[in-house]
Ligand binder design. Structure first.
Ligand code: FAD
Length: 505
């Protein structure tokens, strides 16, 4: 078999973004992910497509400008899973002065990106956003950023890459990587079955996120690979704390900020922490100290105290930041760095260090420049004006999509139609098919998750276990009962024993 053009290690946002861009330009692509898609850092983010207001304090103007411009681009690409949010920043008299906040937000409004409402000043005594806060917070500002269903963004990139010819292999670990006869020879082990496959590739992209150095040390056999600094970030999910749909950005005395964000209808997401981490990235777990930190930070602002008993779920992830020698975890750059390994004539390895979900598409374009240098150009840049699967409707008209689907499927309840529109955009029609009532979608496993949706997730989105569906393709796990999870696992086991059926689009 002739070598594939590009082998990508890692099915997080960066690997899947590169796979999509490369496949769309006409390169042959294989992506290997050792677990499920988005099982690494890309599921554990704060889920913001944002410029990163606080990075202005670290003079990261290029990063902020690029990210703000990208916010508009990504919103247009996937308006079902990305949507605008308003952030309320109360002024804390003992912390950053008003003039500094005003200056930062002025820059934030003007550095790049123009599609969202601008900053406005808030009188927190009168505005409803002031109601949940302690009475000492009387002034504030409100600005825009976007929300993203992070793990769905990953899967949609993988889906589109596959639609354009890429081979996406999940539960497949790259265990050895050697240069041989002018190409890469990679050993791919299927984690569940133990099946082994050797793939030859003309170029390899190491998009293993927090494992990027482990890939250099393990499969590649390097003695030392000290490129990334692992920084743990944890979140708590508590019962919904207030009734409006705005978020809060809360300053802390240690100069960090935390967010409080309405989450999955009934909850509030609070995060994140920022602390150096040395263990296995897959084992990161919130500590008692982090829980206390987040509760303390929130309780300095909210009138109704939030306690441990309000916590319904927590999650923790590890940022793979490029090690720029910063002394504090919060000061290490959030920018990405690409390093090409390989001398003249050798097949190249492109290593990705750092990056944010927000900048994945731009990062993929930068990786493609390296691919073009090594393999020759194929197609032009194309992703900026494209849609991700299901995102082919106007970004400001999500309600129009919901209305159309409700008209087409009058027998399916409005909340379910809305949820399917959110998850799948225009591809919700593939799941709903010719259903006249919800019963036509098959068995309901709980929280409106029907057989029709599960079949779609298995056939189109590489879902294999209950966890894949309940915590990565969705967050329905928050609503699910134990018995439902076991029934879902049984159903998936049986589904995995039948040949994959391509659902018509
Ligand atoms: P990952 O998502 O970790 O993907 C790497 C993949 O490689 C993994 O799935 C892993 O299983 C796989 N892998 C590893 N080794 C192998 C191997 N040998 N073979 C096959 N597969 C392998 N960014 C934002 O833009 N907005 C935010 O709000 C935001 N908030 C964040 C909050 C926290 C707490 C954290 C931790 C990060 C946040 N980020 C945010 C940053 C963002 O989440 C990450 O930069 C991004 O997800 C990294 O993606 P990745 O593809 O590089 O890594």
């Amino acid at each position: 078999m002739s070598p594939v053009d590009v082998l990508i290690i890692g099915g997080g946002i960066n690997g899947c973004g590169v796979a999509r861009d490369a496949a769309g330009r006409g390169y042959s692509v294989i992506l290997a992910e050792q677990s499920d898609l988005a099982s690494g850092t890309s599921s554990w983010s704060t889920k913001l497509i944002h410029g990163g207001l606080r990075y202005l304090e670290h003079y990261e103007f290029r990063l902020v400008r690029e990210a703000l411009q990208e916010r508009d681009v990504l919103w247009r690409m996937a308006p079902h899973i990305i949507w605008p949010l308003r952030f309320v920043m109360p002024h804390h008299k003992g912390l950053r002065p008003l003039w500094l906040l005003r200056l930062g937000l002025f820059l934030y409004d003007h550095l790049g990106g123009s599609g969202l409402p601008r900053t406005r000043t808030l009188d927190l005594v009168r505005d409803v956003a002031g109601q949940p806060l302690l009475p000492e917070f009387t002034k504030g500002f409100e600005y825009s950023d976007c929300w993203v269903m992070d793990s769905r963004l990953v899967v949609l990139n993988a889906r589109d890459a596959a639609d354009r010819g890429a081979e996406i292999l999940t539960r497949t670990k790259v265990t050895a990587l050697r240069r041989r006869n002018g190409v890469w020879s990679a050993t791919l082990d299927h984690v569940a079955t133990g099946q082994r496959r050797t793939v030859e590739a003309r170029l390899v992209v190491n998009a293993a996120g927090p494992w990027v150095d482990a890939v250099l040390r393990g499969p590649l056999g390097r003695k030392a690979a000290p490129n990334v600094r692992l920084v743990q970030g944890s979140h708590i999910v508590v019962r919904r704390q207030y009734d409006h749909d705005r978020c809060y950005i809360l300053q802390n005395a240690d100069r960090r900020i935390i967010f409080s964000i309405p989450y999955e209808n009934d909850y509030t997401l609070i995060g994140t922490t920022d602390r150096d981490y040395n263990g296995d990235p897959a084992a990161a777990k919130i500590s008692d100290e982090e829980i206390d930190y987040l509760l303390d930070a929130a309780n300095k602002y909210f009138a109704k105290p939030i306690t441990r008993s309000d916590i319904v779920w927590t999650y923790s992830g590890v940022r793979p930041l490029f090690d720029d020698g910063a002394s504090k975890a919060q000061e290490a750059t959030r920018d990405y760095v690409l390093k090409v390994d390989g001398t003249q004539g050798e097949p190249k390895l492109v290593n990705i260090f750092g990056g944010k979900i927000t900048t994945f598409r731009r990062l993929a374009e930068s990786v493609m420049e390296k691919v073009e240098q090594a393999l020759g150009a194929r197609g032009p840049r194309w992703t900026a004006g494209s849609s991700l699967p299901g995102g082919d409707f106007p970004s400001t008209d999500f309600e129009g999509l919901v209305a159309d689907l409700s008209t087409e499927y009058p027998g399916v309840s409005s909340p379910l139609v809305r949820r399917l529109a959110r998850f799948y955009g225009t591809r919700a029609r593939t799941i709903l098919g010719s259903a006249e009532t919800k019963n036509d979608l098959g068995r309901d496993f709980g929280a409106g998750l029907t057989e029709a949706e599960i079949t779609y997730l298995v056939d189109q989105e590489w879902a294999r276990t209950a966890d894949d569906i309940l915590w990565r393709r969705s967050k329905l796990g928050l609503e699910f009962r134990e018995g439902g999870t076991a029934a879902l696992d049984d159903f998936l086991r049986i589904a995995s024993e039948r040949p994959s059926v391509e659902v018509a689009r």
